[in-house]
Design a protein around this ligand. Structure first.
Ligand SMILES: Nc1ncnc2c1ncn2[C@@H]1O[C@H](COP(=O)(O)OP(=O)(O)OP(=O)(O)O)[C@@H](O)[C@H]1O
Ligand SMILES: [Mg+2]
Length: 146
């Protein structure tokens, strides 16, 4: 899987695509989520977190910047960290987040608006790009790296 494009017509279908990506994860990955407001980045993350094995309700971290979900049922992944850097602009605040502490082999990191953080030098393992077609239809492209 290097570059795959899907079309979905409901949030549950987008979550199912995320669950498919989750099958490829072992921990240590960084997933960049690209797409406009309301494209479905948080919806995608809900599917990903559920498929990895957390029953927690995934909420948008727009104001909290980062939410952590513990996982106990996966063979190698113990934690999913969901970040949203949309409102995050200050480099000095970034230091306070201690992001590098989260880059561990038992952790999957998913970030909305990662381009708001040019100072984070992480290479994405996967880049997921979601674009709006109409109210319910989305095109989702999953690429390795980028
Ligand atoms: N096919 C679809 N896939 C994903 N979401 C869909 C789809 N059809 C409708 N939706 C709706 O679109 C909205 C997507 O919102 P979501 O919070 O996931 O977007 P987001 O990309 O995280 O936005 P933001 O940048 O504001 O955080 C939800 O209300 C969801 O129910
Ligand atoms: Mg979101």
């Amino acid at each position: 899987m290097t570059h795959t494009t899907y079309r979905t017509n409901a949030p549950e279908e987008t979550q199912a695509i995320a669950a498919e990506l989750a099958q490829h994860l072992v921990g240590g990955e960084f997933i960049a989520l690209i797409g406009d407001l309301g494209a479905g980045k948080t919806t995608f993350t809900q599917g990903l977190v559920a498929a990895i094995g957390s029953t927690a309700r995934v909420k948008s971290p727009t104001f909290t910047v980062m939410n952590e979900y513990a996982v106990s049922s996966h063979p190698t992944i113990r934690r999913v960290v969901h970040c949203d850097f949309y409102r995050f602009t200050k480099a000095e605040e970034l230091g306070a987040l201690e992001l590098d502490e989260y880059r561990r082999l038992d952790t999957v990191i998913v970030a909305e608006w990662p381009d708001a953080l040019p100072m984070v030098a992480w290479e994405p393992t996967y880049t997921v790009t979601i674009s709006h077609k109409d109210e319910h239809s989305r095109t989702i492209t999953i690429e390795e790296g980028v």
